[in-house]
Design a protein around this ligand. Structure first.
Ligand code: ADP
Ligand code: MG
Length: 686
């Protein structure tokens, strides 16, 4: 354990408390609290060489100074050197400060140059006055680090702490010399020294881009720490026991015989991978990646059957009620003929239903539970849970998965885990991010899916689109009209949908039109969807609630209104509602002008590709990894210096180093994890 930060000069009780809010409590923490950026005050710039938008240090003489009173009181000075002049402008100043800017005074100023009316300006520059009776202040010999701060802590304090910490540096470099040499890793001390006090020869552009070898050294260590901690989770899981579930059982063939289709090769391969895992005596930890419509649900259902046939229980957890409802419907349709009854548990079931559900699960009377995170609340107990299936895992964090897994834990026994996601991410990234899991990919869509033709059209051509609906529905096909608002919970959303439904009903009198939105009771919603599915409705007007949950192959036209408001992933999901049948499908992305640049890009991507993998890749670069991948990073993986997006290229190196450490230097692993990974869940740091 490193020394307390209070051992450094200038840190009293109060400062220590403020430092704690930045996560700094030890001297080591100071060392790893790295600058967010740097300023170059290492050399004087001639005024004529200043560039707008660039920060610079300038020295000159005050040649004019006056307080102007226009809209607000402003102190305006002219600073002149041999090459030109620049205006210094202050909006807040005391009388004493004003007095310092006498004509003839020499002053050194640091600020960003801005374009003023007549010439360049510095707004509120930092100033050092140079007096003849004193030696001129030294010019910094290094780039000036600017630390992330809470505002109450001054930069000069943070700089002083870093300086002190560097002076007594006693950090142990976790990397053995052979690894350092092989991967050209700077020694830890040197990397920290460079980042806290970069010599002026270091390029600020490199530092800003995270490309400097000193940064690379720390980035690799941080990514390694996360990777190793996930690897350890996986190793740990392998020390737990699980009930082995036989792959061959009576329900299997019955189920497959009842299915109205044949499994794709990809579904068969992934099912076999799962079946293999389930036969082991330690818990499966498998992630299935598969695009929208690739048929993950049926694979999940097959795996559930293995547990049920062996007399155990299964829990299927979804992040939203709607997703849960869809699973309930699908599983019910497939499993009811096998006489398997399903327990439904979400946050919104009535008290009585809830009691029944809890009872059915605790006594083992019910073999299958489907629901939301309500499934792993405290009151829920399973009699003999052997398999946990989690859909859309990116919306859940590692901790939540652990919580559900622990539900079924008895002594050293843990349930198997199957995790499904429709967010395909690049392979190297998946390997790192999901290093605690085995990964299967369903990389094939069921046969006969036709491409969906997508067009992007302004809202002003609405009338044309309405005609199009009329034509399509007259040929016996069905259509969706999706109304969107930014906020799903917004009451306005259902009003907008009602209004649209009314207008469409007026214009399309011969069509049977239904409306679904989040305000309907589950029963009503279900009824409406079933009516659409049976072909009793031609057009379904809906809010984004239908993003998941409807599967109507006869529907071949989808209109998404205000498509510019939705993200790529959501649009892709919605569009996936059509193109499930045997005729050509179309998707119309209606937008409201003017389109922002990013919205234009998004809609263009969607028009040009239907490949979920490409779309996810683009989504990552448009929105950033944190948003797309959800809690995984924002929760457990709070990165301090690395950035998955920027540093993706380093991941193979990280994996390679990890393998070497695991094999030859296992003693280095714990210190690396401890330094970088902080979680409440003791499991990651134990
Ligand atoms: P997702 O992977 O997006 O969860 P689903 O499991 O909801 O996809 O499957 C989408 C649709 O494809 C469902 O109607 C499902 O019944 C159907 N489906 C699944 N597998 C096949 C298959 N092998 N052949 C034909 N249709 C299939
Ligand atoms: Mg699904």
């Amino acid at each position: 354990m490193s020394q307390s930060v209070t051992s450094l000069q200038g840190v009293g009780k109060q400062t220590a408390a403020q430092l704690a809010t930045l996560g700094i409590s030890t001297v080591d923490d100071v060392l790893f609290h790295l600058p967010a950026r740097y300023e170059d005050r290492s050399r004087l710039t001639a005024i004529k060489d200043l560039n707008v938008g660039e920060q610079a240090l300038v020295e000159g003489m005050i040649t004019a100074a006056e307080v102007k009173i226009t809209k607000r009181r402003t102190l305006v000075c002219m600073l002149t050197d041999d090459t030109g002049g620049i205006i210094l402008r202050f909006f807040h100043f005391s009388y004493a400060q004003q007095q310092q800017f006498q004509v003839g005074t020499r002053v050194r100023c640091f600020a960003e140059a801005r374009q003023g009316y007549h010439c360049l300006e510095f707004i509120h520059p930092e100033c050092q006055f140079i007096r003849e009776d004193k030696p001129a202040p030294e010019i910094h010999a290094q780039l000036t680090p600017i630390y992330p701060s809470s505002g109450t802590l001054h930069q000069h304090l943070l700089r002083s702490l870093a300086r002190q910490a560097l002076q007594n540096l006693v950090l142990i470099d976790p990397f053995p010399p052979t690894i350092q040499a092989q991967f050209q890793l700077l020694p830890l001390a040197q990397a920290l020294q460079t980042l806290h006090a970069p010599p002026v020869t270091v390029s600020t552009a490199d530092l800003q881009a995270g490309q400097h070898p000193a940064q690379r050294r720390l980035i690799i260590e941080e990514l390694l720490a996360h990777y190793l901690s996930l690897r350890r989770l996986r190793q740990q899981a392998q020390t737990y026991q699980a009930v082995p579930l036989p792959a061959e059982h009576a329900l299997n063939s019955l189920f497959l015989k009842n299915l109205p289709f044949q499994l794709t090769h990809a579904q068969q391969r992934v099912s076999a991978e799962i079946a293999h895992d389930l036969q082991q005596t330690h818990p499966m930890q498998r992630l299935i990646q598969g695009d929208v419509g690739s048929g993950k649900t049926v694979v999940a259902a097959l795996s559930a059957l293995s547990a049920i046939a062996a007399g155990y229980q299964v829990a299927v957890m979804s992040p939203t009620e709607l997703l849960a409802e869809q699973h309930f419907r699908n599983f019910n349709q497939w499993l009811a003929p096998l006489k398997i009854n399903i327990t439904w548990l979400t946050g919104s079931v009535s008290k009585k239903q809830r009691e029944q559900a809890l009872n059915a699960l605790a006594t083992g009377e019910s073999a299958l539970a489907i629901g939301t995170h309500a499934l792993f609340q405290e009151a829920v107990t399973f009699q003999r849970l052997a398999l946990v299936i989690i859909d859309e895992q990116h919306r859940f964090g590692v901790e939540q998965r652990m919580a559900l897994r622990d539900k079924g834990a008895q002594a050293n026994f843990h349930p198997h885990q199957l995790i499904m996601t429709a967010t395909p991410i690049p392979r190297t990234l998946a390997m790192t991010l999901y290093a605690d899991l085995d990964i299967s990919v369903i990389d094939e869509l069921p046969a006969g899916r036709l491409p969906i033709k997508t067009v992007v059209i302004p809202n002003t051509r609405r009338a044309e689109i309405i005609e199009r609906i009329r034509q399509v529905c007259q040929t016996g096909r069905q259509a969706y009209w999706v109304c969107t608002l930014i906020d799903e919970s917004d009451a306005l959303q259902y009003q907008a949908a009602e209004e649209t439904a009314r207008q469409l009903t007026e214009n399309l009198t011969e069509l049977r039109i239904g409306l679904v939105h989040g305000r309907l009771k589950a029963k009503e919603k279900e009824g409406m969807m079933q009516a659409f599915k049976r072909g009793e409705l031609d057009l379904l007007v809906a809010t984004t609630v239908i993003e998941v949950g409807v599967d109507v192959p006869n529907a071949s036209l989808m209109i998404i209104e205000n498509a510019e408001r939705l993200g790529l992933a959501q649009l892709h999901q919605l569009r996936g509602r059509v193109g499930r049948g045997v005729v050509d499908s179309h998707c119309v992305l209606l937008y409201q002008s003017p389109l922002s640049e990013i919205a234009r890009t998004r809609l263009g991507i969607l028009r040009d590709t239907q490949d979920g993998f490409v779309i996810a890749q683009q989504d990552l670069s448009l929105r950033g990894f944190g948003d797309v991948l959800g809690t995984r990073q924002t929760g457990t993986m709070r990165l301090r210096i690395a950035d998955f997006q920027r540093d993706e290229g380093l991941l193979p190196t990280v994996v390679e180093i990890a393998e070497l450490l695991l094999k030859d230097y296992p003693e280095t692993i714990q210190p690396i994890i401890e330094r970088w990974v902080r979680v409440q869940g003791e499991e990651l740091v134990s």
